[in-house]
Design a protein around this ligand. Structure first.
Ligand code: C2E
Ligand code: MG
Ligand code: MG
Length: 503
């Protein structure tokens, strides 16, 4: 064959002699040796046996210990197929299994179950990565035990797992199996230092061979998973065509939001802050607003949406821009707006140049750094990139921009976090302020926050003050600053200007 190929010009540039020599050599090897035999010995070593016949008719057997080679081979295969942390199959294997099931000639249905560990980030962040890893290993082990043989249990990465199973007995029977899996996995786990009870969300896509593409199957399971989480975590959901509509609506909302940001159609409202002891105006908080058609969408709906689809940085930039322009315009009218507090998301603080850019923008608007306050939520300090965020906060603080910790008391931030990060102010979350009038028991929290802040040299803002009673009590606690409907609601810039003229 090789000779023929050479004649018809397959090896251009290789001389005829060379081809002939190669062919001769191969034929010689073939004549004088048998095929090698590979044996696994009782002690676990591997041998390769090969026989050669010499020209004088003797047989020589060569034995080679290929144990290491075999082991290397096995390691490579394992690395390619196994998740190193949990020892489960990896994403590639799960995907391949779905492909195989889709390609089957039979009509046997299969199911892809995508699993997400609820609240894993909080566990990881508060108990440390070792504890997080430990938890993933335990969950992997429980999943594998609960699902049994014949199904693929894979780790897709992070806190996501997948099951690829058959669904021959129908969805009801699959649901019962998943109930058992849920029950088996959602048992307490003792980690170093603490016991946690994991909660899973699962999205299920059932498919028959040939009917869907792999992409469709994964997309359906993903949509179902999203749905399961939205409905309230700790449960599974089977994909349903209705879900597609909800997903489309989300997609539409994202597109609309992107457009609104691009076209600078978001705006801000400003809510005044006052010094509680004197009632004097001290500044504003800038709150983003989105008028979508005739509906004013509350930030609780679109800020998270923006975070999920990577729009939070451009959104934040718009807000900063509006806030600084407002401040400049007040100054140019000879008014004293005080300090403006701008809400900033984790994704913004992770940008290397965030602090420098903001400082430059502030100067560019003829403002002083002390006119600006950056509000970050407590959870930001627990973020995976806390170090990077800490650097940004430190730079802002050095430049003279105040940092305030929003929604304080609702998350898991500890005293250690407060010391580690440059925080100038705590904002008592409005849920605690709402509790104040209710019973004395719950008023303990705001009082404790005030004294904690003061002992660390920070001051305190109480948000959501709605009535005189709350005001009186907060004053008695020595809380420094207040914000809430009692003083004023968030208002558009023109009204804020009128407000400034009236105070
Ligand atoms: P937040 O930063 O804690 O803002 C305070 C929220 O409390 C505002 O809601 C404000 O309108 C509301 N509020 C003020 N006084 C009272 C009161 O007396 N009673 C009650 N019940 N509520 C009061 P809003 O404007 O809906 O904002 C909600 C959240 O959205 C904000 O909470 C903040 O976390 C986020 N957000 C708002 N603007 C931005 C922004 O520009 N960027 C980012 N990343 N997040 C923002
Ligand atoms: Mg805020
Ligand atoms: Mg708040």
């Amino acid at each position: 064959i090789v000779r023929r190929m050479a004649r018809s010009g397959h090896f251009a540039g290789v001389g005829e002699d060379e081809v002939e020599a190669w062919v001769e050599q191969r034929m010689d090897e073939h004549r004088h040796s048998t095929r090698p035999v590979v044996l696994e010995l009782a002690d676990g070593r591997w041998m390769q046996l090969r026989e050669f016949r010499t020209g004088t008719g003797l047989t020589v057997t060569a034995r080679t210990d290929i144990t290491e080679l075999k082991e290397a081979e096995r390691t490579i295969r394992r690395q390619a197929e196994e998740d190193p942390l949990t020892g489960l199959a990896n994403r590639a294997v799960a995907v391949r299994r779905v492909d195989e099931m889709l390609a089957q000639r039979t009509s046997r249905a299969g199911a892809l179950v995508l699993i997400d560990l609820d609240g894993f980030k909080a566990i990881n962040d508060s108990l440390g990565h070792d504890a997080g890893d430990e938890l993933l290993v335990v969950i992997g082990r429980r999943l594998a035990a609960a699902v049994g043989r014949g199904s693929v249990v894979g780790r897709m990465g992070g806190d996501e797992f997948a099951l690829v199973m058959s669904c021959t007995a129908g969805e009801k029977s699959l649901a019962r199996r998943l109930d058992r899996v849920m029950a088996a996995v959602q048992q307490p786990v003792a980690l170093t230092g603490r016991t946690v009870t994991p909660r899973l969300s699962m999205g299920v896509a059932v498919f028959s061979p040939g009917q869907l593409s792999r992409r469709d199957v994964f997309q359906r399971a993903d949509i179902a998973l999203y749905h399961a989480k939205a409905v309230g975590r700790g449960r599974y959901a089977f994909f349903d065509h209705h879900m597609l509509r909800a997903t489309e609506q989300r997609q539409q909302a994202q597109d609309c939001l992107r457009e609104a940001i691009d076209e600078d159609r978001l705006f801000i409202e400003l809510q005044p802050q006052v010094r509680l002891a004197t009632g004097a105006h001290v500044g504003f908080e800038a709150l983003v607003r989105w008028q979508r058609g005739d509906r004013l969408v509350p930030p609780s709906e679109f800020v998270q949406l923006a975070e999920e689809c990577g729009l939070i940085v451009p959104l934040g930039n718009r807000v900063i821009d509006h806030a600084l322009r407002f401040m400049r315009s007040m100054a140019s009218r000879g008014l004293k707006p005080g300090r403006i507090a701008i809400n900033v998301a984790a994704a913004q603080l992770k940008l290397d140049d965030f602090a420098d850019t903001l400082v430059a923008q502030v100067a560019g608007h003829g403002l002083a750094p002390t006119d600006i306050e950056v509000e970050v939520t407590e959870t930001v300090l627990l973020d995976r990139s806390a170090q990077q965020i800490g650097r940004t906060l430190a730079r802002l603080h050095e430049a003279g921009i105040a940092i305030s910790l929003d929604d304080f008391g609702t998350g898991y931030a500890s005293l250690a976090h407060l010391k580690r990060f440059q925080v100038d102010r705590l904002k008592i979350d409005r849920s605690f302020v709402a509790d104040i009038g209710m019973d004395d028991h719950r008023a303990v929290i705001p009082r404790t926050i005030v004294s904690l802040a003061h002992s660390l040299g920070m001051d305190v803002v109480a948000e959501g003050i709605e009535n005189e009673r709350q005001l009186d009590i907060l004053k008695a606690y020595d809380c420094d600053i207040g914000q809430g409907f009692l003083f004023a609601r968030p208002m558009p810039p023109a009204e804020a200007e009128a407000h400034l003229r009236s105070v």
